[in-house]
Design a protein. Structure first.
Length: 419
């Protein structure tokens, strides 16, 4: 066996990052579901993995996921998009305005256009005029609130069933339910068997009362991965976010790709807004985005600027938000036990890695959570309402050490600066 000598003073060779195989991913998912099942059996919170809980979590996760996907497109091209919230607001208004007049699919199309207009404005300010990305994004968020409020005063306010702060009712998009199989999964879930009922609840939530638009939104995640990581177009776009000077030297029109990425970013955020107005509520209401654009940005960061990780982050927030709505204090109280058990596992892993201080902290926090769970039957309503946001902050804090943003993300760039 031969070895390669490393010259003195040379930088150490970095090992390639290991990727998880499909069987390993399935094993991790099964382990996570078994843990949820154990917590459900101990706590008696049977709604933790019910069909309704999973279905509700999916519906709540989709707008966040679409905003996060929009942020991913922009930042992979080197443009920070804090304006996702404003683009979602534009999507809700345009989606509702077109939806109640010409049908829900017209609303979806116009919602995408509304968000894309916000993306175009952000691209003009950041790419062409080199305005600070954060300043531009905040300006778009403020502008979107003012524009939609102004437009509502002479559109929705004059429409039957509308007002200056909400639209008339929008016709719903058709839902998908697999007959027979959906009922069988609901019956299995109602038996509350260990693991089997939890698996049935998850599968049942994915095939029961699922909006067609939800299916299309989910498909956008693998589509984004394929476009950005498996095509020449995606390679050129990502090169603009890593090293635009080098990309330009190879003949890439950096401005064009940044414009495309930011407009697509706005369109996806607008689609998320249209989803809120048409699928989630069936009506436009002022302020209904509720900061989901910012949470989508957080989900993207948690996912390390990758579609799969972003979808996981959006799903986590959607799940905790759904827990709050279904079962409220009981479900969130059961999550204390889940977190305590997870921290015990973290303790064991850190001890194995010989990280003794981190292991001690994990064990201490776990003991506090076990004590809190044992001494209480329910949690204060204020904590229940804050649970999704606290979860988001905790996940971001725990994942911060492994994050790697695109190298040129947010940096100013002018055409020809490498010459």
């Amino acid at each position: 066996m031969t070895t390669t000598a490393v010259p003195a003073g040379a930088a150490p060779i970095k090992r390639a990052r290991r990727t998880l195989s499909v069987p390993m991913i399935l094993l991790i998912i099964a382990g996570g579901l078994a843990l949820f099942s154990l917590v459900r059996v101990i706590s008696g919170a049977n709604d933790l993995t019910s069909v309704g809980q999973v279905s509700g979590a999916l519906q709540l996760a989709v707008p966040i996921g679409l905003a996060g996907l929009g942020g991913l497109w922009a930042e992979r091209a080197g443009v920070v998009n804090i304006g996702l919230e404003g683009m979602m607001i534009m999507g809700t208004w345009f989606g509702a305005w077109a939806g109640y007049q010409w049908g829900p699919w017209s609303g979806v199309l116009l919602g995408i256009v509304g968000g894309a207009l916000g993306g175009l404005l952000h691209a003009i300010m950041t790419v062409t005029f080199n305005v600070n990305h954060i300043v531009s994004g905040v300006a778009i968020n403020i502008l979107a609130v003012g524009v939609t409020r102004y437009l509502s005063n002479f559109t929705f306010a004059e429409a039957p069933g509308g007002s200056s702060k909400q639209s008339p009712r929008i016709e719903q998009i058709a839902d998908i339910t697999i007959p027979g199989l959906s009922d069988w999964m609901a019956q299995l879930q109602a038996k509350h068997w260990f693991f089997v009922s939890d698996l049935a609840g998850v599968l049942g939530g994915l095939i029961t009362n699922l909006s067609v638009l939800t299916v299309l939104a989910i498909l956008l995640v693998p589509a984004t991965w394929w476009i950005l990581w498996r095509t020449g177009f995606g390679l050129r776009l990502r090169s603009c976010g890593e090293n635009p000077v080098a990309a330009e030297s190879l003949g890439v029109n950096v401005y064009k790709y940044k414009y495309i990425a930011v407009i697509v970013s706005g369109a996806l955020a607008g689609l998320g807004g249209a989803f809120l107005a048409i699928v989630s509520t069936g009506i436009y209401q002022e302020g209904q985005t509720g900061g989901r654009g910012y949470i989508g940005l957080a989900a993207m960061i948690f996912g390390n600027w990758m579609p799969g990780g972003m979808a996981l982050g959006a799903g986590l927030f959607g799940f905790t938000d759904s827990l709050k709505l279904r079962g409220g204090a009981e479900n969130v109280h059961a999550m204390l036990l889940l977190l305590a058990i997870l921290l015990v596992l973290v303790f064991a892993w850190q001890l194995y890695k010989k990280k003794h201080w981190q292991a001690a902290i994990s064990l201490g926090v776990s003991a506090l959570l076990f004590t809190w769970y044992s001494l209480t039957d329910a949690l204060p309503s204020q904590f229940v309402d804050a649970a999704p946001y606290v979860t988001t902050l905790l996940v971001l804090a725990l994942s911060a050490q492994r994050l790697r943003m695109p190298k040129a993300d947010g940096l100013p760039y002018k055409r020809g600066q490498g010459k």
